[in-house]
Design a protein around this ligand. Structure first.
Ligand SMILES: N[C@@H](CCC(=O)N[C@@H](CS)C(=O)NCC(=O)O)C(=O)O
Length: 230
């Protein structure tokens, strides 16, 4: 069976999981210890690569979320997601890049917006991630303080003063791109729909979700996507 080495709350891993689920590919999740990466020791090249997600399919090891997704679509033909024509692929790539370069980048400023929200996010991250139970409290506290500062710096660098407004604007760009269609791909989701919905799933259990759920029509599109990922 396919093995996905991951962090439960990593947006890049969530993208890959969305594709595996949509294509109905059976897989085993292996939660990686973020401090030791010890689970990756037996996977050729993975310790040197030093990131998740890593996909292992028999003898094949694939790194980088977008490469993993394209590999999966090529190998597993059920529910195809990559356009067959070059022009279609160009459009899809534009939206994948939008998710990676814009959406993913403004999430930290939104999940670590204040110390209280950071603590809330870290409590969830340390609960679902592979952290020793006794260390969780201290890691959550330290992580929350550190990430609030890091996220603030990141937002400042991008000229963002209101992270929620930036998130709302980004989600609006996505819905404008859909231009009234059911999915970015049309009547069926394509690779960009899965990349975007998967990325958002990473924050589904956090406080920011209350805000995302109010952003129509993106919230309705997300519901349509979520119903296809069970
Ligand atoms: N470009 C990579 C980015 C992956 C990435 O940055 N993963 C983070 C987790 S979200 C990571 O593993 N960072 C190193 C670490 O946590 O040790 C991809 O798309 O797969």
């Amino acid at each position: 069976m396919i093995k996905l080495y991951q962090y439960e709350v990593c947006p890049y891993c969530c993208k890959v999981k969305a594709v595996l689920d949509y294509k109905k590919i059976a897989y085993e999740k292996i939660e990686v210890n973020p401090m030791t990466h010890e689970e990756l020791a037996s996977v050729p090249g993975a310790i040197e690569y030093d990131k998740v997600p890593v996909l292992v399919d028999g003898e094949k090891v694939v790194f980088e979320s977008n490469d993993i997704i394209r590999y999966l679509d090529q190998k597993y033909s059920k529910n195809p997601i990559v356009a067959l024509d070059a022009k279609g692929r160009l459009v899809q790539d534009k939206w994948i890049q939008f998710v990676d370069d814009e959406l993913v980048q403004i999430l930290p400023g939104n999940i670590y917006r204040s110390l209280t929200e950071s603590l809330d996010s870290f409590k969830y991250i340390t609960k679902v991630g592979k952290f020793p139970r006794w260390k969780r409290y201290y890691l959550a506290l330290g992580g929350a303080v550190a990430m609030t500062i890091v996220a603030k710096k990141g937002m400042k660098k991008r000229g963002i003063t209101d992270p929620r407004k930036a998130l709302s604007d980004t989600l609006q760009k996505w819905s404008q791109g859909m231009a009234g269609k059911k999915f970015m791909g049309g009547d069926r989701p394509d690779i960009s729909d899965l990349v975007c919905a998967g990325t958002l799933t990473a924050v589904h259990e956090m406080k920011v979700w209350d805000f995302i759920a109010e952003q129509k029509p993106v919230a309705d599109w997300y519901q349509r996507m979520a119903s296809l990922l069970n």
